[in-house]
Design a protein around this ligand. Structure first.
Ligand SMILES: [Zn+2]
Ligand SMILES: [Zn+2]
Length: 403
């Protein structure tokens, strides 16, 4: 609905067009200044392009990653908050943000033990049966996710005040309420979740680091006994190497040593716009190599540890999936015996070197580089397979054997 002030302001801005009917100038109904101004009747409605409406319907960000050995590469974020714990937006808005950012799968993982917005003194009150329902953030987003064809995983964050165990995300539980019912004892919570077939993920392992014994000064140094025991009992399956804007390099090694799936998650609380700017390629993502684009496809892939983290221009993953991902994303061919061409067919960032200077290979771009004699491999400096080991790719024999 247009008000009179808007009308006058825009007519004035049109300057020379002031002699035109404001109506025809604004809505482009007529190019002819001599045309007779339309007659308005009560109940007339006009649809006006207001700019932001167009922006909201702009195409979603395209993240293009070719399949890897028959697996689809799904883009996910497995750590997200909403108003139902300490986040700032509704669950359905998380769906729109994710779709707009080109994601395939998310889990809303509101805190079980910390819900300031809807607690006794919180800003909002829920009806009793809703206040006691810890599936509510999942249910509230479900139909929107279905409409938008976004995969939505039931999730929750076990939020203990001290380390260990710190914070643990529970994905794919069948019901969060029995987990919540055991909130006095985190070990029981984890066991109840695991009995439901849940995937359990250790969040931001640098959090509360100084108080954790063994983890000092904000940076984890070694893998705590408590978490080792969880791994031994099959109660811990993944870990964040990147959370929001924090990077924990040692987690690369822990994934290999403890057989954990690697995750890079946003842990977003505020809106995506306020946090990253819309469609920001720096929003952390976890890539999932899945047999199919379905919830079951994601579940199977997580338990099989086929994940890759991507944040801040870096990529982290385990063998054999990281090299496999690189090979399907970047084509390497010989131009002359001393020159090779790299073709990045993906949206993934690549910083590499072939025995010489490091260079950038932007997404969806080709680049020819010099290969010094005798150099048989390509070093991908921003793709890490362990803490201090960038990905090494053997150059094809037709290149290294060429005379
Ligand atoms: Zn947390
Ligand atoms: Zn969190």
């Amino acid at each position: 609905m247009l008000n009179r002030r808007y009308f006058l302001k825009h007519s004035a801005m049109l300057g020379a067009a002031a002699s035109l009917s404001p109506v025809s100038a604004l809505w482009g109904k007529s190019e002819n200044p001599d045309s007779i101004p339309p007659v308005h009747k009560n109940g007339d409605t006009y649809t006006v392009n207001m700019g932001h409406i167009q922006a909201a319907s702009s195409p979603a960000r395209q993240i293009n990653i070719p399949d890897v050995e028959g697996f689809k590469v799904l883009k996910g974020d497995f750590h997200i908050h909403t108003l139902f714990s300490d986040g700032q937006v509704m669950p359905k808005d998380r769906v729109l943000e994710a779709v707009n950012n080109g994601l395939d799968v998310i889990s809303i993982t509101d805190h079980i033990e910390y819900r300031p917005n809807i607690s006794k003194d919180g800003r909002w009150k829920l009806a009793a049966e809703q206040a006691d329902d810890f599936n509510i953030w999942y249910e509230a987003a479900r139909s929107d996710a279905e409409k938008k064809e976004l995969l939505l995983i039931r999730g929750a964050e076990i939020t203990k005040r001290s380390m260990p165990p710190g914070h643990l995300n529970v994905l794919f539980a069948s019901d969060n309420n029995p987990i919540t019912a055991a909130a006095d004892d985190w070990k029981t919570m984890v066991q109840v979740a695991a009995d439901q077939g849940a995937f359990i993920l250790w969040n931001h392992p640098g959090w509360e680091a100084p108080a954790s014994g063994g983890i000092k000064q904000g940076a984890p140094l070694f893998f705590p006994e408590v978490h080792k025991e969880m791994v031994r009992k099959g109660l811990l399956h993944g870990i964040e190497i990147f959370n929001y804007n924090e990077y924990y390099p040692v987690v690369s090694d822990w994934c290999n040593e403890q057989n954990l799936a690697v995750f890079a998650n946003s842990d977003i609380h505020d809106s995506e716009l306020a946090t990253y700017g819309i469609q920001n390629p720096l929003r952390p993502l976890t890539l999932v190599l899945a047999r199919e684009r379905s919830l079951e496809g994601v579940r199977e892939a997580l338990f099989a540890r086929r994940t890759v983290g991507w944040a801040a221009g870096m990529i982290w993953g385990r063998e054999p999936w990281l090299p496999a991902l690189f090979k399907s994303a970047v084509e390497i061919k010989a131009i002359t015996p001393g020159t090779i061409e790299l073709n990045n067919k993906s949206s993934l960032p690549v910083t590499a070197g072939v025995g010489g200077a490091i260079f950038e290979l932007p997404q969806n771009a080709r680049r020819q580089v010099y290969r010094a004699e005798g150099v048989k491999s390509l070093t991908v400096a921003n793709w890490m397979t362990s803490m201090n080991k960038p990905l090494e790719i053997q150059l094809p024999a037709e290149i290294t054997d060429a005379k």
